[in-house]
Design a protein around this ligand. Structure first.
Ligand SMILES: Nc1ncnc2c1ncn2[C@@H]1O[C@H](COP(=O)(O)OP(=O)(O)OP(=O)(O)O)[C@@H](O)[C@H]1O
Ligand SMILES: [Mg+2]
Length: 253
């Protein structure tokens, strides 16, 4: 069984890409075979893994301009990436009129599974900061949603919007879908407001708050520009510890 996961929040800069990068790397280090799919036209995940802009991407694959083998990159052992670039901003224009425009990623995942039979333990989507057709496709194709949140700019309205979309997709198209966990991705445990939020979230969304929160950590900020996961950049950092712990929790869920 391949677990298919999306890190989603329509709010920008809340740690989606950082989470995909480092949970992906942690899973791979723990011996899982992982495919990360960059679905964000900003291409931040891709840029933090590849030295050169990719010729082939999720978009050229979907347009059948290339084969799987030409687009999938083996970044490190057990860790594969399907890259993205800004051309993917044309996804809606290209596919929105199709009757099955919500199911493009479902079909794509089926094709991946055929190409990698029994080989992948995890497929992880990085999604853009919007609840448009791209994110909808990820939600229809995945089983598990994790929501990174920024405790400094926390807004319940934003959070409710993600959860409402997940519930709608679950009800109409993907009954397997579930919000598995929420976590703070830049946690400052000394701040009172954060403790207050933890209590609030626990009562509003019971059993959804992960035990691990990611502390504010400079290694997490610096590592992407050197195209390293936090585990390669500074394995003794708080960032490495927290993402390792979060990943252990995800494995057990
Ligand atoms: N725990 C942390 N400590 C310090 N910096 C962090 C931490 N987590 C993320 N960052 C930094 O915050 C910025 C935003 O993070 P990231 O790119 O992961 O967010 P995002 O949700 O993917 O953003 P977007 O919505 O634009 O895709 C990045 O510069 C990242 O390096
Ligand atoms: Mg991002």
């Amino acid at each position: 069984m391949t677990r298919i996961i999306a890190f989603t929040n329509q709010k920008g800069g809340v740690g989606k890409t950082t989470s995909v990068l480092n949970v992906g790397a942690a899973l791979a280090k723990k011996g899982k075979k992982v495919l990360m799919i960059d679905l964000d036209p900003q291409g931040n995940l891709t840029q933090s893994l590849l030295p050169e802009p990719p010729k082939n991407t999720i978009f050229t694959l979907l347009l059948e301009e290339c084969k799987f083998g030409e687009a999938i990159v083996n970044t490190t052992e057990n860790l594969l990436l399907i890259p993205c670039n800004n051309k993917f901003a044309n996804f809606e224009r290209q596919f929105a009129a199709d009757a099955d425009s919500q199911y493009i990623m479902v079909d794509f995942i089926e094709a991946i599974k055929k190409n990698f039979p029994n080989q992948l333990d995890f497929i992880i989507f990085d999604t853009p900061p919007a609840l448009g057709l791209i994110t909808l496709n990820a939600l229809v194709a995945c089983q598990e949603v994790y929501i990174p949140m920024n405790s400094q700019e926390y807004s319940l309205t934003g959070l409710n919007a993600v959860i409402e979309v997940v519930e709608r997709v679950k009800k109409r198209t993907n009954p397997d879908l579930e919000v598995k966990g929420m976590f703070f991705s830049r946690h400052n445990s000394r701040k009172y407001i954060t403790r207050n939020m933890v209590e609030h979230l626990n009562s509003e969304f019971p059993n959804k708050l992960m035990n691990t929160h990611i502390r504010v950590n400079v290694a997490l900020e610096e590592s992407p520009s050197l195209r390293q996961s936090v585990f390669d950049y500074d394995p003794s950092s708080n960032g490495a510890k927290d993402y390792s712990d979060l990943t252990d929790e995800i494995i057990k869920l």
